[in-house]
Design a protein around this ligand. Structure first.
Ligand code: SAH
Length: 399
């Protein structure tokens, strides 16, 4: 059995937890010293010792644990996780039924009421991502629960926490069933993506940008020259090319991005040699592009929130305006800038302020065509809007 500990919530935090706020913070608890091991079940009580909520202790950069239920006698066992996963699958019914897309998120952490765990679906294979040692303590129950609710070809995992070697012995990313082909080819709105379930922390495609890629393909790419910056495996470039772009240019610092991008083109029957793939720091690329007078009809920019290269550190919160100003210079009049960020530290209002500032300082006019946040499968609950991290804005450069 798991250790279960009662703790007292500080008065000013009681209402928050009563209203369903899911993230447990250290500073909201009076006697946190009672909790030590990750995976401990925590009963949150008010100052009169009345039960408010039950959660678990797990250390993530977001906080120190997650509320799992507001029912006092609820056991956190296989049955509990079964019910959560069942609800999550029901909510994604449309995705399971849609043959044109075979990669989506089945379980989105606190959005599906279990913070610290996500489950993604890749054409019959399931990938569990554990975000703390705390949630990883429930691995057996969660796996059993998942297996009881789905038919699967195979199950994989990623551990996104500091394992210190202790829990890794004899384990790898493959857990159960059959191993996936390498690459595993999945479909997204009828295009193909190569996915690697057992090749480092990332699988090759960020599923949360699905709607943005579709929009680029269906409405914006035709007959356009497209620059994709921070291009990773070139997923945006693939959709632009499939939508009839004249040519795509993908720029990423990572050496591996060249072969990965080439592969994504090829599995979609796009001739990679007709596209441009550049391995370079985007800021160096901008310097060259400005000097040589390169201009594009569409520029996609979706940087990591933080990045450190040999030459510089980049932070979205600090440097996005600068980044946009560079892009404005190399975008044609009436061209489209797809500005994206997954930085959770600021919201859409601040992001639009960045855009306004960049255009003002560039002395140019613009119009916002549309904006996107997370797609339906990346479920977010109203009590915790903070987890709605994605912001994407399609901007038309008017002058
Ligand atoms: N936009 C991509 C995901 C970007 S992931 C997509 O939707 O698929 C972030 C990428 O930025 C990584 O591939 C990383 O190699 C790259 N990167 C980080 N700093 C960079 C820099 N200064 N110049 C170019 N690429 C950079």
């Amino acid at each position: 059995m798991y250790k279960e500990v009662d703790v007292i919530i500080k008065p000013r935090f009681i209402d928050e937890y009563k209203d369903g706020y899911p993230l447990i913070s250290k500073e909201s608890i009076l006697n946190w010293d009672k909790i030590s091991e990750e995976g401990t079940i925590i009963n949150l009580l008010d100052n009169k010792k009345k039960f408010i909520a039950k959660g678990y202790h797990g250390i993530q950069n977001k906080g120190f644990g997650w509320v799992l239920t507001n029912t006092k006698n609820q056991k956190i066992d296989t049955e509990y996780f079964k019910a959560r996963i069942k609800d999550a699958i029901e909510y994604r019914k449309d995705f399971y039924e849609d043959d044109s897309t075979t990669a989506f998120r089945v379980f989105n952490g606190e959005g599906d009421r279990v913070g610290g765990l996500t489950i993604d679906y890749f054409d019959g294979f399931y990938l569990l991502t554990w975000y703390s040692l705390g949630i990883y303590q429930f691995k057996d129950e969660i796996l059993e629960a998942l297996k009881s609710q789905v038919e699967y070809k195979g199950i994989y995992q990623k551990r996104r926490f500091d394992t210190k070697g202790k829990y890794l012995e004899g384990e790898n990313d493959f857990i159960s069933g059959d191993e996936a082909p390498t690459p595993l080819i999945v479909k997204e709105n009828n295009e193909n993506f190569a996915i690697y379930l057992d090749d480092g922390p990332m699988v090759g495609v960020f599923l949360d940008q699905r709607e943005v890629r579709k929009m680029i393909r269906d409405k914006y790419a035709k007959d356009k020259t497209v620059l994709n910056t921070f291009s990773y495996t070139g997923a945006f470039s693939v959709f632009a090319a499939c939508g009839g772009a004249v040519k795509t240019t993908s720029v990423d610092l990572a050496n591996r991005s060249r072969a990965k991008t080439k592969e994504q083109f090829e599995i979609n029957n796009i001739k990679a040699e007709e596209q441009e793939i550049i391995v370079q720091d985007v800021f160096d690329y901008f310097n060259i592009a400005v000097k040589k007078g390169f201009k594009f009809d569409m520029v996609v920019v979706d940087p990591p929130s933080f990045a450190r290269s040999k030459k510089r550190t980049f932070s979205v919160a600090k440097d996005y305006v600068k980044l946009l100003k560079e892009i404005i210079q190399i975008t044609n009049k009436d061209g489209i800038i797809v500005a994206s960020t997954n930085c959770a530290n600021f919201g859409m209002v601040t992001f639009r302020d960045f855009i306004a500032k960049a255009f003002k300082e560039s002395n140019k006019k613009y119009k916002i065509e549309e904006s996107f946040s997370l797609p339906k499968d990346f479920k977010v609950i109203d009590e915790f809007r903070e987890s709605s991290y994605l912001k994407v804005v399609f901007i038309k450069k008017l002058s």
